[in-house]
Design a protein around this ligand. Structure first.
Ligand SMILES: Nc1nc2c(ncn2[C@@H]2O[C@H](COP(=O)(O)OP(=O)(O)OP(=O)(O)O)[C@@H](O)[C@H]2O)c(=O)[nH]1
Ligand SMILES: [Mg+2]
Length: 429
């Protein structure tokens, strides 16, 4: 039997743009002028939602100002000498790091990289996890190689940017550890709570020879996440990966959304059934589900009342740590319904930004599986880009406060233009 659950009513996204984020956004263009490589971090579970379009604008402007960087091929000694006198072009590289890769299943990594290459040919995409030294080593080598290809630069500066809690400070600590011989005490503080880093760090050395330095930066949220269901969903997704201050969200709304998504992915045997007693059936009501979960986890208040709030927090943590992986893994065989019939698996997902309908050809792990997944991912990227430009055109991406500010500024400039014209007319009269 299959269970249908309608899209839950989600709260409007809160505005979380504290002063330190605003300050950093203003500092960014000046900082970029001293930057050679931008490491832009995103969360692998939300490769599209964790793109910060505000940073994107500044980065694109920086790239345009420096011209699209072309790789310097091995140099002759004369060219080397000329470049070392300062005639080499500025380094301008951008590496998109999909961090926390340990939270997404490996089967989607290669198709995702290929889909990104097809859609954004000039972006270098690298997957990383602080738990996988191989990822850190290859990123460290990538940076050192950029520096080596540009011997005219006496040092290279790397700036790490991204949304809050995507792992910027942790990654820099690991890169330092990998690139500098000897003991490297943790240079940057990290935290499971978003918004921990509040200012640009001091310069940190990532490599001695060639000289590579880096700066850590505060995570920056979008000032406004958008209106309607799209904005609400964006906010909930970011809250689920702990990218938004937790207290700004009603935890039960997060559970309702999770339940909905997990039911859509597998209506017959949703991933959350693994944390309920054997024989449990899917739920369509978040309240009922939390009561069952509280009983299962023995989370009871005095008087025997179920502690659904504690159960909700536990469930969100479960999804963050393992549920995301469980729900996204490729099933070997299509599951069997309670009546013994083969039930269709309707949707498949990878992280929270990629979801598509499964057809029979995609349920084998060999052959064309990878290219079929790549195509579906490309469709999801197109859809996300289309939605973003639609929001931009219709002004849905602007909050009411921003809208008011903009129309106030327009009025002010019209008034100024009118009085200027009046003044000029009086002068000529
Ligand atoms: N599982 C996993 N956790 C990670 C990884 N990288 C970082 N973390 C954890 O994610 C949390 C946030 O890490 P930070 O490095 O503080 O993130 P940040 O981007 O600097 O955060 P802000 O300074 O708040 O913007 C910490 O609890 C880290 O331990 C990773 O690759 N995998
Ligand atoms: Mg930080």
């Amino acid at each position: 039997m299959m269970y249908a659950m309608s899209f839950p009513a989600l709260p409007s996204p809160p505005s979380w743009f504290p002063g330190h984020m605003n300050r950093f956004t203003k500092q960014l263009p000046a900082l970029l002028s001293r930057t050679d490589v931008v490491l832009e971090l995103r969360d692998s579970r939300l490769p599209l939602t964790s793109i910060n379009n505000n940073l994107e604008g500044a980065i694109n402007k920086w790239r345009a100002e420096r011209g699209h960087h072309t790789h310097v091929t091995p140099l002759s000694s004369t060219t080397s000498r000329i470049l070392s006198l300062g005639y080499g072009g500025p380094i301008c590289e951008r590496i998109v790091v999909l961090n926390k890769r340990d939270f997404v299943p490996e089967w989607g990594v290669e198709p995702f990289k290929k889909a990104m290459k097809a859609k954004f040919p000039d972006q270098t995409v690298h997957f990383a996890s602080c738990n996988k030294p191989r990822d850190i080593r290859s990123l460290s080598e990538m940076l050192v190689n950029i520096a080596k290809r540009n011997p005219h630069a006496t040092e290279m500066n790397v700036l790490v940017v991204g949304m809050p809690n995507v792992g910027k400070s942790t990654l820099l600590n690991s890169l330092r550890h990998m690139g500098i011989p000897g003991r490297t005490p943790k240079a940057l503080q990290t935290s499971a709570q978003p918004g921990h880093t509040r200012a640009i760090s001091t310069r940190l050395k990532l490599s001695e020879d060639p000289l590579v330095y880096s700066y850590d930066s505060p995570g920056v949220m979008l000032p406004f996440l958008g209106r309607g269901n799209r904005g609400a969903e964006r906010g909930v997704k970011l809250a689920l990966i702990a990218g938004i201050k937790e207290s700004l969200y009603d935890i039960e709304a997060l559970v309702a959304y999770l339940l909905y998504r997990l039911n859509v992915l597998n209506p017959v045997s949703p991933a959350y059934l693994t944390v309920l007693p054997p024989g449990s059936r899917p739920f369509t009501d978040a309240g009922d589900f939390l009561e069952q979960l509280a009983i299962r986890l023995n989370m009871l208040l005095r008087g025997g009342e179920k502690d659904t709030m504690r159960a909700a927090k536990w469930f969100v943590e479960w999804w963050r740590n393992e549920g995301g992986l469980v729900s996204a893994s490729v099933p070997e065989n299509l599951p069997t319904g309670s009546d013994g019939a083969r039930a269709p698996l309707l949707r498949r997902g990878w992280g929270f930004d990629f979801e598509w309908t499964v057809d029979a050809s995609m349920d084998s792990t060999g052959g064309d599986f990878e290219s079929a997944v790549q195509l579906k991912m490309e469709e999801c990227i197109d859809e996300s880009m289309r939605a973003a430009s639609e929001d931009e055109r219709s002004g849905v991406g602007i909050s009411t406060t921003q809208e008011r500010k903009r129309s106030w500024q327009e009025k002010q400039s019209m008034r100024a233009a009118k009085s200027k014209a009046k003044f000029a007319a009086r002068k000529t009269a």
